[in-house]
Write a protein that binds this ligand. Structure first.
Ligand SMILES: Nc1ncnc2c1ncn2[C@@H]1O[C@H](COP(=O)(O)OP(=O)(O)OP(=O)(O)O)[C@@H](O)[C@H]1O
Length: 383
């Protein structure tokens, strides 16, 4: 039986029992903060090597086999070959029921296996983006992959997600005299069933608009000033409690929405100007009917909407890949919001997350193919 971790909002009337962000932060102020997770990270190199300075980087992260997969005697069918190449040995069955293996090989900017930590991944994915926003740019780091493959673990894990590691560097840089004119603030929203909801403002409905210069503006989004890593973690904790998750056959705490956490660097002038923006996007996972387990209507409807928006994202990647004049960004709220991550001089890092086991080979091939398309787009840009 499918169980929801918490009630999900309906499209036109989001349900939420959350108090305000201020009340939440006040209640936390009386509790000790988790200092151990906010240790200063290794020194950031402001002159990152050239291979990390591409406009688009595409990396793959393979998670370890989980307990269930191991006890089902599943095996890892996606060995890494060096630091950039991954092989997928997909099990196949012929019409006469004989079995064979189909091998696919892909090369990306970086590949990581189950032994890689978030800190190692951060250094090759989001850290260069932190550098970039301090130089005045816009950057996006997003995770894409099937349900249960490790997107949330990578991007938005409350203690060691890439956003925490980025915040450690951001506040270290902000504490230097060189950046004394800048301050940070955070916005956090989810895209659920084709609509935007503010996770820092009791799920108020938001509207995505084009500002006329090709920039996407989320009208009404609450931006909360933050002065430390602990501040950001508390604000995130509050917002994350409102995020729509549910239990599916593939993941006990599956994200049923796309979540966007954006950290803004602003000048301390009046009015303040946006100096740089870094968005972390944790996409809801692509799923098949079987992944949903014993799903109710709502879970099925959510799954259909998730797949529809991810399909729109794939259409955009395909259009970019084929150099089409028109890229269908208007195809979904997700692609509308992601639009300025794909165009202009913004920097983007896609982390394609995959499951290693044989029964997910179809999904894994699909994820690797789209990540590959996106990378070809990046290479064409360089030519
Ligand atoms: N690299 C990893 N090392 C150890 N455990 C991991 C790793 N990646 C994911 N996991 C574990 O696998 C489970 C699923 O991960 P996660 O929730 O991040 O998947 P997801 O891709 O965000 O799924 P969904 O799309 O359903 O939200 C979690 O229990 C998580 O802790």
């Amino acid at each position: 039986m499918n169980q929801r971790a918490r009630p999900a909002p309906t499209s036109d009337s989001p349900t939420h029992q959350q108090g305000s962000l201020e009340a939440f932060l006040q209640s936390k102020a009386t509790r000790p903060t988790n200092q151990s997770t906010a240790k200063a990270s290794a020194a950031i190199s402001l002159s990152t090597s050239n291979d990390l300075n591409q406009r688009i980087r595409v990396c793959v992260r393979k998670r370890p086999l989980n307990k269930k997969e191991t006890s089902n005697q599943e095996v890892d069918i996606a060995p890494l070959r060096g630091s950039r190449t991954i092989e997928l040995n997909a099990p196949k069955t012929r019409i006469d029921l004989t079995r064979y293996t189909e091998t696919h090989t892909f090369t990306f900017d970086d590949t990581f296996d189950g032994s890689s930590s978030n800190t190692q991944i951060y250094a090759r994915t989001a850290q260069p983006l932190v550098d970039y926003i301090f130089k005045g740019g816009k950057a996006t780091c997003f995770a894409h992959g099937q349900t249960g493959s490790g997107k949330t673990y990578t991007m938005l894990d409350p203690n060691h997600g890439l956003y925490v590691l980025a915040a450690q560097d951001i506040f270290r840089l902000l504490s230097s005299e060189y950046y004394a004119h800048l301050s940070a603030s955070v916005g956090f929203y989810e895209i659920y069933q084709g609509q935007l909801f503010d996770l820092l403002n009791q799920k108020a409905k938001l509207v995505a608009r084009d500002d006329g210069n090709g920039n996407v503006v989320i009208a009404g989004l609450r931006e909360y000033p933050i002065g430390s890593v602990e501040d950001l973690m508390s604000v995130f904790e509050y917002g994350n409690q409102g995020r729509t998750t549910g239990k599916t056959g593939a993941n006990n705490k599956s994200s049923r929405s796309h979540a966007v956490l954006q950290i803004l660097l602003k000048t301390k002038t009046s009015p303040a100007k946006v100096h740089g923006k870094l968005s972390f996007i944790d996409l809801a996972g692509s799923e098949r009917g079987a992944d949903r387990g014993d799903a109710n209507d709502k879970t099925r409807q959510e799954g259909a909407e998730i797949n529809k928006s991810l399909l729109a994202l794939k259409e955009c990647i395909r259009a970019l890949d084929q150099n089409k004049n028109h890229t269908p960004f208007r195809g979904s709220k997700l692609t509308q919001v992601l639009r300025d991550s794909f165009t202009g001089d913004s920097r983007t890092c896609m982390i394609a997350t995959i499951s290693p086991n044989n029964s997910n080979s179809e999904h894994t091939l699909n994820t690797l193919r789209y990540a590959d398309r996106y990378r070809i787009e990046a290479i064409q840009e360089l030519d």
